[in-house]
Design a protein around this ligand. Structure first.
Ligand SMILES: [Zn+2]
Length: 390
């Protein structure tokens, strides 16, 4: 009799905790389906250019396609037109055009599903039509070949942000993962920031050295973005932001999109990343044209290992968001997944369709629906309005 009673109590307890977690999951999905979801960074364009994938189809691998974007409640992905830093000078500009054209073909092929967005109003209209509003960005100042006219032309081609550096220094800015060379931004680098302010292009400080970050903040008259960075006090890698940088970003009115790379969220995973950075740093070639593209293609396929799940979990991503909120405030944090650019993902955040898991974590931590709307896209939209315009 006694034993039966214990079983019944155990069964009731299991059922009620199941109901609670189901309710939380359902609530998270409901909230996530109502947010205007903005993700500050993905590398899916690499899949498009090297593998000729059609993002409108459910893909057997990778972390992003249009069906999964819809499932995850991300309506406004920032597609990075990233060119490896071994593309030098005019070669980097040529490759940027290749990537830009690859995205144009996607827009041409599926006008009913995805459209280029070049203003806040575009974003609201396109999302209102139940389509994906694609924001295009350039990832690395080397891609302008030290020419402000190229920068202006990118803006005219609908590119709304530029990361000042990638893994290596360029001729006018130091990177966080290279040896300091310019002590931050050179005079020309400061001119680049001013030009971006004046043409309505977001200055992206992910990847830059700490000194470049502070130099950019001193020059800019507009809020900046850190499109895909996390917290250095949680995972000590140079790509993440210190608490002091987070406070400075808040004073500037900017927003940081928390990066989901397991190594950026969990110290145990960080060593794997350090190895990857040093190998990219070492890569150099004097090839040009088609031979250079072939070299890059080989590197892409060689490096395309199986996606692994790290020690980090979706709770670590929520903890990083929580930390930014404590240091910088609720108005300065967003999502910057880096999906399709990372090899080690957190458990529970394996691809973009899993975003509701993060929403559930945030609910569990006591975040309100209003807070979640800001984190999932509201803060990025505010900065787009302020910098790019209505
Ligand atoms: Zn990056």
């Amino acid at each position: 009799m006694k034993r039966t009673f214990v079983w019944v109590v155990a069964l009731v307890m299991t059922c009620s905790s199941l109901t609670i977690s189901q309710t939380l999951d359902q609530r998270a999905r409901r909230i996530q389906s109502g947010v205007l979801g903005i993700d500050g960074h993905n590398d899916s364009v690499q899949h498009v250019i090297y593998e000729n994938v059609d993002l409108a189809n459910p893909l057997p691998d990778g972390m992003i396609d249009l069906p999964r974007l819809r499932e995850g409640g991300i309506h406004v992905p920032f597609f990075a037109l990233w060119v490896p830093t071994y593309y030098q000078g005019a070669e980097a500009v040529r490759r940027t055009l290749d990537l830009r054209e690859a995205m144009e073909r996607l827009f041409d092929k599926h006008p009913d599903q995805i459209e280029l967005a070049t203003s806040a109003r575009d974003i609201q209209r396109i999302v209102g039509q139940h389509k994906i509003a694609a924001v295009l960005t350039v990832e690395g100042g080397h891609q302008i070949d030290n020419d402000l006219a190229v920068l202006r032309m990118y803006r005219r081609m609908g590119i709304l942000a530029m990361t000042l550096t990638h893994f290596r220094n360029n001729d006018w800015a130091d990177s966080s993962t290279d040896k300091p060379q310019h002590n931050g931004l050179t005079d020309f680098g400061k001119q680049v920031v001013r030009e971006m302010n004046s043409i309505g292009m977001m200055v992206d400080i992910s990847h830059v050295s700490d000194k470049t970050f502070y130099d950019a903040l001193e020059v800019t008259t507009k809020p900046v973005i850190a499109s895909h960075s996390s917290c250095r006090s949680i995972s000590d890698v140079p790509r993440n932001m210190t608490d002091d940088m987070l406070r400075a970003l808040a004073r500037n009115g900017g927003v940081v999109g928390v990066n989901f790379a397991a190594s950026f969220l969990n110290q145990q995973d960080a060593d794997v990343l350090k190895k990857a950075i040093s190998s990219e740093n070492a890569m150099q070639t004097s090839l040009t044209g088609a031979a250079l593209d072939q070299f890059a293609g080989k590197e892409y396929f060689d490096g395309k290992g199986e996606i692994k799940v790290g020690n980090a979990t979706v709770a670590d991503a929520a903890a990083c968001i929580d930390h930014v909120v404590k240091i910088a405030g609720i108005d300065h944090v967003g999502i910057g997944s880096d999906f399709d650019g990372i090899g080690l993902v957190p458990h529970g955040l394996e691809d973009v369709s899993k975003l509701p898991n993060l929403t559930a974590e945030l609910l569990q931590r006591g975040y309100s629906e209003d807070d979640i709307r800001k984190i999932m896209g509201g803060n990025f939209l505010r900065v787009i309005k302020e910098v790019v315009g209505q």
